[in-house]
Design a protein. Structure first.
Length: 189
């Protein structure tokens, strides 16, 4: 598999993380480059690790790992989406911790579930890479770096619009998370 094909796969895999990053930026208001890079790092590391995990697991339990991942991704994204919508509806400033990306937007408690949920597809790609005999380390690194860059850009894009339209943006971001979760679920059914 050539570099161009791997780059297209990397860009495709990063689209869910990009959409979630835009939602994060929408909810943050004014995002600093540091926060954008942190969000990008979470998504990039998981997008790089999942193909490697899928590749290594392909010979042992590939079918079991892939069969239920979409349900977990859907549940996590739907939960966070509903939480964001609820935060946008009740009160001007909901209590700390009730908004998905408010406060410490880049905390592990908030970022890890999102990073896992958006990288489940990369696990399946790693399984397919094992069968295609792709050199997994360079491929995983390319996927991770591509996702990091695209996700950091997503935070900055979302932030540019979120400062002016915070409540509506948060509701739209929550709806987007739910739709991403449904998309992942529907692709597997």
């Amino acid at each position: 598999m050539g570099f161009g094909q791997l780059l297209l796969i990397a860009a495709g895999l990063s689209m869910d993380a990009f959409a979630v990053s835009i939602c994060a930026g929408l909810s943050m208001g004014r995002a600093l480059a540091r926060k954008a890079l942190t969000v990008g790092m979470y998504f990039g590391v998981f997008q790089a690790a999942m193909p490697l995990a899928g590749f290594l697991a392909a010979k042992v339990v590939a079918d079991r790992l892939v069969d239920y991942g979409h349900w977990a991704a859907f549940a996590i994204l739907a939960f966070l989406g509903v939480k964001m919508i609820a935060g946008s509806v009740w009160g001007d400033e909901p209590p700390e911790g009730s908004r998905t990306f408010a406060g410490s937007a880049t905390s592990p408690v908030r970022m890890l579930p999102l990073a896992v949920a958006t990288s489940v597809d990369a696990l399946a790609v790693g399984v397919s890479f094992a069968f295609l005999r792709v050199r997994i380390l360079p491929a995983s690194l390319l996927i991770g770096v591509t996702t990091l860059v695209i996700s950091a850009a997503g935070v900055m894009i979302g932030s540019a619009f979120g400062a002016r339209f915070r409540k509506k943006a948060e509701a739209a971001g929550g709806a987007a998370l739910i739709l991403i979760g449904l998309k992942l679920l529907m692709e597997r059914l």
